[in-house]
Write a protein that binds this ligand. Structure first.
Ligand SMILES: Cc1cc2nc3c(=O)[nH]c(=O)nc-3n(C[C@H](O)[C@H](O)[C@H](O)COP(=O)(O)OP(=O)(O)OC[C@H]3O[C@@H](n4cnc5c(N)ncnc54)[C@H](O)[C@@H]3O)c2cc1C
Length: 403
C-alpha cells in the first residue's frame, strides 16, 4: 500500500493492488517501524508518515531495552538502544486500515489471487486470477509475501530459491489490554513505553505497545536444538505447556509471560521461515518487493521497514518512466540498488536471531559479549542514506530512459 500511495502521486501511472484475501486489515499483532521506515514513509509522502500516528503508533523510548534472563530474579540489564527518531510500534490492522481508507476505492481489489502470468509482446503482460478474471499490465510488482507467487514465477527454475525454508525455531504473539498488562507486569514496567527484549538460553521474550498504548504485545520465541523435533511445521495450535515448559526457568519475566499464556484461550507456534538470497529481484516486466524479495528473520524488527524502503525506491524509479518500454529499466535500476541493501539487512537479521536467543557461537548468554553486540545495534540500518539512494536511482533512470 505504501507503493500504491507513492505511485498514485504520478497521474501518468495507473495503479491497482490485487489482494488474495477477501478483506484486509484483520491482523491484530504489532509491528515496529524504525527510524529508516519512518523516513521512507515521509519521503514517499509526509501524509503517509502521519498514518503511523493516526493508527495509534506508540513511540518507544528507548527504542529497545535488552535484558539477560536470570533463572531467579529480574534479569541483568544489557543495553538501552536509543534513537533520535524513536521506533514506533503499531497494530498492523490499524495501520493498514488507515492507509486503505486514504486510497481511491477502485485501487485495492480484494479476493483476486494471482494465479498466472503470461508475458506478451513489447513487455505487455496478462495476469490471471483464481476467480477466472484476467487483466493486462505493463509491469507487475509482487508484494505477495513470503509464499510469493511472483517470486516463484521469476525463480521457478532455480531450485531452492523460490520457496521459503524452515529455520529451527518458533514464536507466538499475544495482545493483551493495558489493564491486564499492568496487573501482570506492574505499573513500573508498563510506564516505560519501550520495546523490551529478554535474552534467555535458546529463548527470547519481548513486550511492546500499540493502540496508542492501550494494548501490550507479548512475544515469546525459542531456537536451536530444542526446536529440532518440529522441523517443517510452519504453524500449529499447541498446548499451553509447549510454551510454559520452555520459559519456566526464566525468573521474573518467565513468570509474567506464563501468566499471559495461561489466560489465553489458545496459543499457536509459528515456525521461523526465510528465503535463500536470490541473484536478482526482477525479470523482463515483473519484480518482487518486501518479503517476496527476501523474507528474513524478524530479529532486528526490520522486515516491514525494508518493504517500505522498497516502495520508496520503486516509486522513485517508476516516476521516471516515460512509456511502458521503460518499466524494464526501472525494475533493473531498483534491483541494482535494493539488493545490496537488503542482503546486508537480511544477513545481519539472521545473525541477530541467534544473538537474541542467546545462542550465537562465541557470544551465547555471556553478559559482556552481549553488551558489545548491542553497542551499535541496527546502526548500519539507520545510517543508510535514502535520499542519496533516490538521487542515484534518478541519475541511472535518466541515462536508461534517454538511451
Ligand atoms: C514474529 C514476527 C515479528 C515481526 N516484527 C517486525 C517488526 O517489528 N518490524 C518490522 O519491520 N518487521 C517485522 N516483521 C517482518 C514483517 O512482518 C514483514 O517483513 C512484512 O509484514 C512483510 O510485508 P509484505 O507486504 O512484504 O508481505 P505480507 O505482509 O506478507 O503481505 C503479502 C500480501 O500478499 C497477499 N498475497 C499473497 N499471495 C497472493 C497472490 N497470489 N495474489 C494476490 N495477493 C497475494 C497476502 O494475502 C498478503 O496480504 C516481523 C515478522 C514476524 C514473523
Amino acid at each position: 500500500m505504501s507503493l500504491a500511495w507513492g505511485l498514485l502521486q504520478y497521474p501518468n501511472l495507473k495503479v491497482r493492488i490485487y489482494e488474495a484475501r477477501e478483506k484486509l486489515g484483520h491482523d491484530g499483532s504489532g509491528v515496529g517501524i524504525d527510524r529508516n521506515g519512518q523516513e521512507a514513509l515521509e519521503l514517499i509522502s509526509p501524509e503517509l508518515r502521519d498514518y503511523l500516528d493516526k493508527a495509534g503508533g506508540v513511540p518507544m523510548v528507548p527504542s529497545l531495552r535488552v535484558t539477560l534472563v536470570e533463572a531467579k530474579g529480574r534479569g541483568k540489564h544489557i543495553a538501552d538502544v536509543s534513537n533520535s527518531v524513536p521506533q514506533r510500534t503499531v497494530i498492523r490492522a490499524d495501520l493498514i486500515n488507515q492507509m486503505l481508507a486514504s486510497l481511491p476505492s477502485d485501487v485495492v481489489q480484494t479476493g483476486r489471487r494471482l494465479s498466472n502470468i503470461t508475458h506478451l509482446e513489447e513487455g505487455q503482460m496478462q495476469l490471471s486470477f483464481e476467480d477466472g478474471s484476467v487483466t493486462a499490465a505493463d509491469g507487475l510488482v509482487g508484494c505477495d509475501g513470503i509464499n510469493s507467487f511472483v517470486r516463484k514465477h521469476i525463480f521457478g527454475a532455480d531450485v531452492g530459491i523460490a520457496d521459503a525454508e524452515y529455520t529451527p525455531g518458533f514464536n507466538t504473539r499475544m495482545m493483551i489490554p493495558d489493564s491486564e498488562a499492568r496487573e501482570i507486569f506492574g505499573d513500573e514496567y508498563c510506564n516505560i513505553r519501550t520495546q523490551s527484549g529478554w535474552i534467555g538460553p535458546g529463548t527470547f521474550c519481548m513486550t511492546d505497545f500499540g493502540d496508542k498504548g492501550d494494548s501490550m504485545q507479548v512475544v515469546t520465541c525459542f531456537r536451536g536444538e530444542q526446536a529440532k523435533d518440529m522441523e517443517d511445521t510452519p504453524f500449529m495450535w499447541v498446548e499451553k505447556d509447549f510454551w510454559l515448559e520452555r520459559i519456566k526457568d526464566h525468573g521474573w519475566i518467565g513468570e509474567c509471560v506464563s501468566k499471559v499464556i495461561e489466560r489465553q484461550e489458545s496459543v499457536f507456534a509459528a515456525g521461523w521461515r526465510g528465503h535463500r538470497p536470490p541473484a536478482r529481484y526482477c525479470d523482463q516486466s515483473s519484480c518482487v518487493a518486501g518479503d517476496a524479495a527476501w523474507a528474513f528473520a524478524p530479529a532486528r524488527g526490520a522486515g516491514a521497514s525494508q518493504g517500505i524502503e522498497d516502495a520508496l525506491m520503486l516509486t522513485t524509479v517508476l516516476s521516471c518512466v516515460r512509456s511502458a518500454r521503460d518499466v524494464k529499466a526501472a525494475f533493473e535500476v531498483y534491483d541494482g540498488l535494493r539488493r545490496p541493501r537488503r542482503d546486508e539487512v537480511a544477513d545481519e537479521s539472521d545473525r541477530a536471531l541467534d544473538i537474541l536467543c542467546g545462542c550465537l557461537p562465541g557470544v551465547g548468554t555471556d553478559e559482556h559479549r552481549l553488551k558489545r553486540e548491542f553497542a551499535d545495534w541496527n546502526g548500519f540500518i539507520y545510517r543508510y542514506n535514502l535520499v542519496d539512494a533516490q538521487s542515484r536511482a534518478r541519475e541511472m533512470m535518466e541515462k536508461r530512459v534517454r538511451a
